[in-house]
Design a protein around this ligand. Structure first.
Ligand code: COA
Length: 185
């Protein structure tokens, strides 16, 4: 079994003016499992997101989550429910999470969001990759996800990570099954 570091930092080139334009500035981005005291950071992240990003993540305009909802998002058991956050200067810029399916413990529903200003810098793929390694080490064999069919970013991210990912599309939404590979020592 491979030990997966709980906290790690990576340097990302962060384009100030969007993908491929302007000068990239290097930032150290740290990822770690979410903690209950992240609830306020999650709320600040939500307030920095564009309506489009909120809608693509939550499928609804979640503007004012209750303290109970925030607490549930920030509190996981690091087994059947996990969330990794990416931080810059102690603020959360991205979250990737999974919830194991009650009726099929070999699968887990995955969701990810990256703050608008940090999209297209590689943060999303980095977090989902780490989350997938963690999940596979806990006997999750595949991530499932439901995505809007016009969400080129998440579809591109999943395809770039797994050629075995399968998409089933029904009326504007695609159900995805993305097999995970368990790391070997
Ligand atoms: C989807 C999302 C998480 C991607 O995060 P990101 O950090 O921007 O993605 P990355 O920079 O890591 O990109 C990884 C790969 O995904 C693909 N990708 C990313 N954005 C893309 C886009 N707009 N169009 C097509 N492919 C895209 C590419 O293959 C990319 O690899 P490349 O940069 O080598 O071309 C981010 O756009 C987001 O938060 N969107 C709103 C919320 C959402 O849609 N969540 C998914 C629902 S679960």
């Amino acid at each position: 079994m491979v030990a997966i570091a709980t906290e790690t930092s990576v340097t990302f080139g962060h384009g100030c003016q969007g993908r491929g334009v302007g000068t990239d500035v290097e930032h150290s981005v740290t990822s770690r499992p979410i903690r209950p005291d992240d609830a306020d950071r999650l709320l600040r992240l939500l307030h920095r997101m564009s309506p489009d990003t909120v809608y693509r993540r939550f499928f609804s305009p979640v503007v004012r989550p209750s303290p109970a909802v925030l607490a549930r998002l920030a509190t996981v058991d690091h087994g059947d429910r996990e969330a990794l956050v990416a931080l810059v200067d102690d603020e959360i810029i991205a979250v990737a999470r999974y919830d194991r399916l009650p009726d099929d413990p070999t699968r887990a529903e995955m969701a990810v969001v990256v703050e608008d200003a940090w999209q297209h810098d590689g943060v999303g793929r980095w977090l989902v990759q780490r989350l997938g390694e963690l999940a596979a080490s806990r006997c999750v064999e595949a991530f499932t996800a439901t995505v809007l069919t016009d969400n080129d970013a998440i579809i591109g991210l999943i395809r770039s990570m797994s050629r075995r990912a399968r998409f089933t599309t029904v009326s504007g939404e695609s159900d995805v099954v993305m097999p995970l590979v368990r790391a070997t020592a």
